[in-house]
Design a protein around this ligand. Structure first.
Ligand code: IPM
Ligand code: MN
Length: 350
């Protein structure tokens, strides 16, 4: 019996989470998997009412669950940064979810802005370090609000933090068993401290994985190749900030935010799965938002829990729906409502 914490969050989060759970319920029923849900009303509304973002008691409870299913964080009435840092990043850091896992796969029938690329060309995974780098929030202002002002933002890269991320990446590449190529994405020509460490750690650890080919690409060139030759990539590993940027680019080539799911993973602890599209406030309660990203996030959750068959079942059903039903992945243009898309996926489960 798994215990799943559900954090629907803000905006369209609750609507897509509802469909994600609908599909989870159906697949677990078919596979004989049992789970109980615990709901948490964290997010912008609760913050507006109580000024609470993430009470310590809730954080303590979240440490005891098997997994967390998250909708979206971000509220139009709350200053940007408060919920993102106080809730999303706080969870990632406190629960040591040091991996941000982002599969990038063009499903059949899905439109990609890259001309002539097909599902077999766009199928790679980005592994983003999720606890360090520029996201640690270290820095200072010097002479703030004067013409001489200087703002410093530190990128912290610990050897231990980089090593644990690389270990996951090498093992993931082995397990994925495709081209068995792991590409380190960095900027060794300019960031000569941070990526010097990453590069040394990468090649040292790589010796323990002789079957995994090691490749390196600068982050700017990676953006170029991702558009020109996405078929070159198998698994990419990079730091927090670069990973944030290239995964939005990657999401667009797989058909957009309607389908992009991510996992915040602590391989030894509690992981959290989310559609990466955000709360999309203007579509709230219209039953038009695409729930496939949340449904895929549910699939990733099952996969990480070790329920591979159930996870594959979800992915196949989603592929069936993109190939045969949806007109588009964009909100309001799918040809179906949010709830209908959830129903279609349930019906396609085999
Ligand atoms: C993401 C998001 C977050 C990030 C924001 C909302 C803090 O963009 O999950 O990629 O920057 O990590
Ligand atoms: Mn992002």
């Amino acid at each position: 019996m798994y215990k799943i914490a559900v954090l629907p969050g803000d905006g369209t989060g609750p609507e897509v989470v509802r469909e994600g759970l609908k599909v989870l319920d159906a697949v677990c029923e078919k596979q004989g998997i049992k789970y109980e849900k615990v709901d948490y009303d964290l997010g912008g509304e609760r913050y507006k009412k109580t000024k609470e973002i993430l009470p310590q008691s809730v954080l303590d409870e979240l440490r005891t669950v098997d997994s967390i299913f998250l909708g979206a964080i971000g509220h139009p009435d709350v200053k940007p940064g408060i919920l993102e840092k106080g809730l999303l990043l706080k969870l990632r850091f406190s629960l040591e979810q040091y991996i941000n896992l982002r599969p990038v796969k063009l499903y059949p029938g899905v439109w990609t802005p890259i001309k002539d690329k097909k599902p077999e060309d766009i199928d790679f995974v980005v592994i983003r370090e999720n606890n360090e780098g520029l996201y640690v929030g270290e820095g200072e202002f010097i002479d703030k609000d004067t013409p001489n002002e200087v703002a410093i933002q530190v990128s912290r890269n610990s050897r231990a933090g980089v090593d644990r991320c690389l270990k996951y990446a090498f093992e993931y590449t082995q397990r994925r068993n495709r081209d068995k190529t792991l590409t380190l994405v960095g900027k060794t020509n300019v960031l000569t401290y941070a990526f010097d460490l990453w590069e040394r750690a990468f090649h040292e650890m790589g010796k323990d994985y002789p079957d995994v080919k090691r490749d390196y690409a600068h982050v700017d060139a990676t953006c170029m190749w991702m558009i020109k030759n996405p078929e070159w990539f198998d698994v990419l590993v990079t730091d927090n900030m670069f990973g944030d940027i290239i995964t939005d680019l990657a999401a667009m080539i797989q058909g957009g935010m309607g389908i992009a799911a991510g996992g915040n993973i602590n391989p030894e602890g509690v992981s959290m799965f989310e559609p990466i599209g955000g709360s999309a406030p203007k579509y709230t309660n219209q039953n038009v938002i695409n729930p496939l990203a949340a449904i895929c996030a549910g699939g990733m959750m099952l996969d990480t829990l070790g329920e591979t068959e159930a996870a594959n079942m979800i992915e196949k059903a989603v592929m069936d729906v993109t190939a045969n039903k949806l007109k588009s992945l964009s909100a309001g243009k799918m040809g179906y409502s949010t709830t209908e898309v959830g129903d279609l996926v349930v019906k396609a489960l085999k």
